[in-house]
Ligand binder design. Sequence first.
Ligand code: PEP
Length: 247
Amino acid sequence: MRRKIVAANWKMNMTGETAHNFFSQLNQMTWPDDVDAIVAPPNLYLQGLHSIKGNAKLCGQNCHSEQSGAYTGEVSAAMLSDAGASYCLVGHSERRKYFLESSSFLKAKVTAILDNGLFPIYCCGETESERRNDTHFDVVKNQISNDLFGLSNSEFGKVIIAYEPVWAIGTGLTATSDQAQEMHYFIRSVVREKYGSDIADDVCLLYGGSCNTTNAKDLFSCKDVDGGLIGGASMDPQSFLQIAQSF
Ligand code: PEP
């Protein structure tokens, strides 16, 4: 049975105080029982939010693939776990673009995340020109197979995949529900080819890219969309809740 998930990616936004206020407000609201809330604050704030996060699960925004060592400025998956995270984002297009993260690095990160008992939220998606050139299916299939298909069945069973078309992230342009469903159906069939029907039917597929209170209902009504990874619209508790009420 797939879970319904609404995950917040705050990116490099919020302060310790605003993050704390977010959870204070969220804890006063009635969150739908059948929807999992996951919040990825800046890594720095994970530990301090642990006591106030309520039923939400915390998620790291990034980690290094090594367990420890001379990697100034980096944080390991073990440290995220120690700070109270249960999940970690990996493969976000902003990391691929601005930090030039390669497929071999992403693969190693996914392994480190799993080895430390966290669940990876693996992001993939095509750029605007890749969609224009009609290569979006190939791009997404290559990302997933290069970065994830070295995993065993039991490891892959712990992965959540977020389809995030790069042209929709932070742009106000959203995939139509037809575009989202078409790609999510495709991703599930790529997973089915490799891991079989049981795992493909169970893998949670989130849509990300300018998802908000106005379009979430439409997107979440798609058969193969199990929820959303939300950036800009996730920092206000009222709109985060409203998105979670959109299933
Ligand atoms: C994201 O960064 O993962 C994202 C989906 O951002 P936004 O919702 O702001 O497009």
